[in-house]
Structure formats: structure tokens, C-alpha cells
Design a protein around this ligand. Structure first.
Ligand SMILES: C[S@@+](CC[C@H](N)C(=O)[O-])C[C@H]1O[C@@H](n2cnc3c(N)ncnc32)[C@H](O)[C@@H]1O
Length: 213
């Protein structure tokens, strides 16, 4: 497997990683869509929660601050973003388990988590690896556990279709833009609900999916 098939860095190139947080904050309505994801996850004290492809840890830290009694793991395939995440968490005293790993080959035991959340990671995976990652999420969730996912989706307006053109030809993001994630989630075994919740950003339209094991 090539390095690119394993993982693509947060902004596609390693040298851009230090800019990631600013791009998300100013260009992607980060607070709005991550806040929505957290609200929908209904985290409860004692919940075991996995942030899949946690990147620089903004969502992970926000979850821990809002729900201090969850047992939270942030996993990513890039050691560089994980060290940024660790530093950010230490700065605010958030205790989180940071783990290096690949989304499509998780080392956790079956039925380990009550919730898995994932933001903007799935469009980094090849088609085969997306399917494997969804199967892995299904495996590590407890029965009745929930997978809350936000990522690029099929554009719903002319402007958003134009914005999506540059990424739509790539295998990784193309699956998202063609609207294939819903069927992939179902094929992995989930009951998936599309709530028709879209977030328009300067890089494309984000869609929220709620899936139950
Ligand atoms: C666009 S960033 C999103 C980060 C974070 N979830 C957020 O919303 O800000 C995508 C992240 O997915 C990670 N990633 C890409 N492929 C991965 C894989 N196969 N396994 C685990 N993480 C992966 C990248 O390293 C990167 O940190």
C-alpha cells in the first residue's frame, strides 16, 4: 500500500499542516458544524467515544470540555497532527487518549465504543478503504452505538457544484461528491439516517450522517 493510500495529510501536503486550524476556522464554518456534530452525538458521562481521524484535535478537545466525564480517544494516521492535538489538549488540561492508527484497520476490540464521531476524514480514503473504515467503525461500536459523521457530500446548488469541481475528480473525495457514502454506510451494516443537514463552505458542501449499529 502506498503512503497516499494509507493516509492523506489534513491539507493534502505536510507543509500546509500548520495552517490547518486557521483554514478550518475562517473558511469552513468549523464552530457551526462541529458544534452540530457534538449536539447530535448526545454524549453521556461514562460513554466511550472515538474521534476517527481527529487531526489537530479541535473537535476532540471541544467534546471533552463539554462532556468531561466521557472516556475519549482521538485517533489519526499522521503523527504530526497528533502532536499538535496533544499540545492543544495539554494547554487546556483536557485528558484525552491520543492514538496513532489507520481508520480502516483499527486495533480496538469489537464493541469497544458507545460513540464514534468523524469530521472531514472520510474524503481522505480510497473507495476500498472507506468501505473498510465503515466496517471497522461498525465492528468497534457496541450494539446500539452510534456513528456521527460529517464530510463533503453531493452538492445541492449550482454554486456548490462549481465549488466541488476541483475535488470531484479525485477517487477519495469523488465518492463523497457523487453521494455514495449513504449506501456504503448501509452496506457496512448501519441503519443510517440522512437528516438533510448541509453546511455550505468555501471548499464544498458538508453533509451530516447519523448511523446506528
Ligand atoms: C481534513 S483532516 C480532519 C481533521 C479533524 N477531524 C477535523 O475535522 O478538523 C483529515 C484527517 O484525517 C487523517 N487521516 C487521513 N487518512 C487517515 C487514515 N487512513 N486513518 C486515520 N486518519 C487519517 C489526516 O491525517 C487528517 O488529520
Amino acid at each position: 500500500m502506498t503512503k497516499k493510500e494509507k493516509y492523506i495529510p489534513a491539507l493534502n501536503q505536510n507543509w500546509l499542516t500548520p495552517l490547518y486550524d486557521s483554514v478550518l476556522k475562517w473558511g469552513m464554518r468549523e464552530e457551526t458544524f462541529k458544534g452540530y456534530l457534538i449536539e447530535k452525538a448526545h454524549l453521556k458521562p461514562g460513554h466511550k467515544v472515538l474521534d476517527l481521524g481527529c487531526g489537530t484535535g479541535t473537535l476532540t478537545i471541544q467534546m471533552k470540555q463539554l462532556s468531561p466525564r466521557i472516556d475519549l480517544t482521538g485517533l489519526d494516521g499522521d503523527q504530526r497532527v497528533l502532536s499538535i492535538a496533544k499540545e492543544k489538549a495539554e494547554a487546556v488540561g483536557a485528558v484525552i487518549n491520543w492514538k496513532y492508527g489507520l481508520a480502516f484497520d483499527l486495533s480496538f476490540e469489537e464493541a469497544s465504543f458507545d460513540r464514534v464521531v468523524s469530521s472531514l476524514m472520510i474524503h481522505h480514503l480510497t473507495t476500498v478503504n472507506k468501505r473498510k473504515a465503515f466496517q471497522e467503525v461498525f465492528r468497534v461500536l457496541k450494539p446500539g452505538g452510534e456513528f456521527h459523521l460529517i464530510d463533503f457530500g453531493k452538492p445541492t446548488s449550482f454554486v456548490m457544484r462549481l465549488v466541488a469541481i476541483p475535488i470531484s475528480h479525485m477517487e477519495e473525495a469523488g465518492d463523497n461528491i457523487r453521494g455514495l457514502l449513504f449506501d456504503m454506510l448501509r452496506q457496512a451494516g448501519f441503519s443510517t439516517i440522512l437528516e438533510n443537514k448541509h453546511f455550505k463552505t468555501i471548499f464544498g458542501e458538508l453533509i451530516y450522517y447519523r448511523s446506528i449499529k
